[in-house]
Design a protein around this ligand. Structure first.
Ligand code: HEC
Length: 133
């Protein structure tokens, strides 16, 4: 009985973890930024994605460096490993797991910008990608 309850709990927990959506992430980032979800800007998200920054080694880089100019296409890491498309229209698994999204925002923003992305930047980014780019 206890075992069965534990299993039910696990199933509930994992169902919960997978329950994030681009819309729920946008709502969360907007709230963190202190703005209405309608104030998130897909245009700003796209500009952010494409803007170039000088990286650690002096070479310019952007989110598009790995995720390509078209986020509906598969990208590549610097060592040539395939990255599945970032746009939910091409890859429905994107933006469905807040922990994963946060992990990669942190890592990639530090990599490209040498700082964490703000909640507004993250919200704009998801707004652009989930518009069906
Ligand atoms: C050096 C290569 C590289 C660069 C540059 C890069 N990314 Fe990524 N990104 C990855 C890899 C690798 C993954 C994880 C593998 C995967 O999920 O397919 C990933 C995954 C993500 C995810 C996870 C999305 C999800 O729901 O699965 C987000 C969000 C993301 N990147 C945002 C960004 C942003 C924002 C930038 C620019 C500031 C950026 N990335 C630049 C390599 C990169």
């Amino acid at each position: 009985m206890i075992k069965r309850l534990a299993w039910a709990g696990l199933v509930l927990l994992s169902a919960h973890a997978a329950a994030d959506t681009p819309a729920s992430l946008m709502a969360r980032y907007a709230q963190q930024a202190g703005v209405a979800t309608s104030a998130l800007s897909p245009a700003r998200g796209e500009a952010f994605y494409r803007s170039e920054h000088s990286g650690k080694n002096g070479a310019t880089q952007s989110c598009a460096s790995c995720h390509t100019a078209n986020p509906k296409q598969a990208g590549q890491t610097r060592v040539g490993k395939r990255i599945e498309p970032l746009a939910p229209s091409a890859n429905p698994q994107r933006f469905t797991d807040a922990a994963k999204v946060e992990k990669w925002f942190r890592r990639n923003c530090m990599d490209v910008l040498q700082r964490e992305c703000s909640a507004q930047e993250k919200g704009d980014f998801v707004a652009w990608l989930s518009k069906g780019v």
